[in-house]
Design a protein around this ligand. Structure first.
Ligand code: HEC
Length: 83
C-alpha cells in the first residue's frame, strides 16, 4: 500500500514539473534568497541573449539543470519581458 502511495506522489510531482513553464521552474531558487529574484534579473540582464548567456556562464552548480535546457531559459526570459 505504501508503495502505491509513493508511486502516485512521484507521478503527480513528475507531471506538475512538466506542466510548469517559464520562470515558475526557476522561482524555487530565484526568490531573492538563494539566487537573484525576477526584479534583479530584469534589472541586470537587458536582452534575451544576455540572459541566456548569463545563465549558461553561471558558476553555480545549482544552475546545471537549467543550463541544459536553452528553451526553458528563453521561455523564462520572455516571461520576464526580456526581449
Ligand atoms: C536549484 C536552484 C536554481 C534553479 C532551479 C535555477 N537557478 Fe538560476 N541561478 C541559481 C544560482 C544559485 C545562481 C547564481 C547566483 C549568483 O551568482 O548570485 C543562478 C544564476 C542565474 C543567472 C545568472 C544571474 C547573473 O546575475 O548573472 C540567470 C540568468 C539564471 N540563473 C536564470 C535561471 C533560469 C531562467 C532558471 C529556470 C529555467 C533558473 N535560473 C533556475 C540557482 C538556480
Amino acid at each position: 500500500m505504501k508503495k502505491v502511495v509513493v508511486f502516485v506522489v512521484v507521478l503527480v510531482f513528475a507531471f506538475s514539473t512538466v506542466a510548469m513553464a517559464g520562470f515558475e521552474k526557476c522561482q524555487g531558487c530565484h526568490n531573492g534568497k538563494v539566487a537573484p529574484d525576477k526584479a534583479k534579473l530584469v534589472e541586470k540582464l537587458k536582452t534575451a541573449d544576455a540572459f541566456v548567456k548569463a545563465a549558461k556562464d553561471s558558476k553555480s552548480p545549482m544552475m546545471n539543470a537549467a543550463k541544459a535546457n536553452e528553451a526553458d531559459l528563453k521561455a523564462a526570459a520572455a516571461e520576464l519581458g526580456i526581449k
